[in-house]
Design a binder for this molecule. Structure first.
Ligand SMILES: [Zn+2]
Ligand SMILES: [Zn+2]
Length: 340
């Protein structure tokens, strides 16, 4: 139950406009929905799609798809969730059940899928209404701020890695050591792979090793593709950067049956050297986060193995500064809004 009838919301009212603090009535959940009292919401690069209006053009926009909170009210026809239960919401906000990806069980690729912050208001507010489809149960031991980035940055790296076909002991390279990369290195190490972290600068080597990397390749000093070939060629290269040239430079590090997994997007194309692709049966593939049960798996695995996100923390009311900080690229890892 809630004491006041209004809540604080950080919204953007026009394309690329500034964040503004507004007060709105606390929303009521409809059938199949719950209201979540938000405790923390991570800021993801994809929030820029809500701010720019590029994908849906929906304004005012309330971004946020790395949400941790507690169920505060149940709508009609809700089963399996109760008031006070700890929950998380990621990019996947629900699916239609009718399109081809849905009919094939690929719910996160639904053509009419709901996405928090894009097709409905996300986590940059005190209370959020969301479908039960979108909910992941959150282990009690996890800290809300630390857990929030696991719902997009964490889920995307964890779920792509476990579906990329590498076996224990295989060489897995993680390109980039930022918001996604610092989680990717930890997950890869905990999953039992031989991990090569690739980033720019010698100063990051110790940190990469601390996260569990067995090898560090400084791409400003060494050709990263050759570096990986010296280690035997990668079974998986997890690409967490958003720079096509950096991706192209690493592609040649794939080994036999190697897979280059794209998690970050650049509008510029990557270049593929076709001969090794053909000779060694290599793949270039992408991976779009996961559904709410995949989020649960990510959270449980993180709790079990001690994988943690590293964050800069801002209060909800400072969403403008927090968002600018994340988008500036100056934040080393993740930026999280602490709510309430
Ligand atoms: Zn995201
Ligand atoms: Zn669908």
């Amino acid at each position: 139950m809630t004491a006041s009838k209004t809540m604080k919301v950080m919204q953007v009212s026009k394309a690329n406009g500034p964040f503004e603090l507004v007060t709105r009535p606390i929303p009521e959940p409809g059938p199949g929905q719950v209201r979540v009292k938000v405790e923390a919401c991570g800021i993801c690069h994809s929030d820029s799609m809500a701010v720019s209006g590029a994908m849906t053009g929906r304004f005012p926009a309330v971004p946020g798809h790395e949400v941790i909170g507690r169920v505060d009210a149940l709508g009609a026809e809700v089963e399996g969730w109760k008031e006070g239960q700890r929950v998380g919401v990621g990019w996947y906000g629900g699916h239609c059940g009718k399109c081809e990806p849905c009919r094939r069980g690929e719910f996160v690729s639904c053509q009419k899928g709901s996405i928090p912050g894009l097709t409905y208001d996300g986590g940059y507010q005190e209370y959020m209404v969301t479908s039960t489809q979108s909910l992941a149960a959150v282990p009690e031991s996890l800290d809300s701020v630390e857990a929030a980035p696991l719902l997009c940055a964490g889920l995307t790296t964890f779920n792509s890695l476990r579906n990329a076909g590498a076996k224990a002991g295989d060489l897995v390279a993680v390109l980039g050591l930022g918001g996604l990369g610092h989680l990717g290195v930890q997950f890869a190490a905990k999953m039992g792979y031989r991990v090569a972290s690739i980033a720019r600068g010698a100063d990051k080597a110790d940190f990469a090793k601390k996260l569990g990397a067995h090898h560090y390749i400084d791409s400003t000093k060494e050709d990263p593709a050759q570096g990986l070939q010296k280690l035997g060629g990668a079974k998986v290269i997890l690409s967490t950067v958003t720079n096509a040239d950096a991706m192209t430079a690493v592609l040649g590090g794939l080994g036999l049956h190697g897979r280059f997994v794209i998690l970050g997007v650049d509008m510029k194309p990557i270049q593929v050297n076709m001969l090794p692709m053909l000779m060694f049966k290599q793949h270039v593939m992408g991976w779009p986060s996961g559904s709410s049960v995949d989020s649960e798996d990510t959270l449980k695995f993180s709790e079990m193995t001690g994988v943690k996100s590293m964050n800069e923390i801002y209060p909800l009311e400072k969403a403008r500064e927090a968002y600018d900080r994340m988008m500036s690229g100056k934040a080393r890892f993740r930026v999280v809004l602490k709510v309430g």
